[in-house]
Design a protein around this ligand. Sequence first.
Ligand code: SF4
Ligand code: F3S
Length: 103
Amino acid sequence: AIDPNFDVNRQKVGEENGVDVWGPVDPPETLGIHGTHVAVDYDICVADGACLENCPVDVFTWVETPDHPASEKKVEPTREDQCIDCMLCVDICPVDAIDVDGS
Ligand code: SF4
Ligand code: F3S
């Protein structure tokens, strides 16, 4: 599961699609955690899609991640500023790849 303390245990290494990226990052195998308020561990996400399909405010967008061992696409929390903290995505993800601040 995603480390809920990633913001202290990891370093911010950059930004992609307007979203913070927390390392380590070593593509294509290691992609880190994307987002801060809504955070997705790209190394755990298996592209189930339930988060994206069910988020009431459409926080997530698909991005391609070719040659990543877990899945070749991931969800980017591009509209994390719109999140209403309903926790649906946290509860529904089958591999516990998402952390929402306050959970
Ligand atoms: Fe969307 Fe709710 Fe997840 Fe926020 S907590 S990203 S509003 S599903
Ligand atoms: Fe990935 Fe979990 Fe969403 S596997 S696509 S973060 S439901």
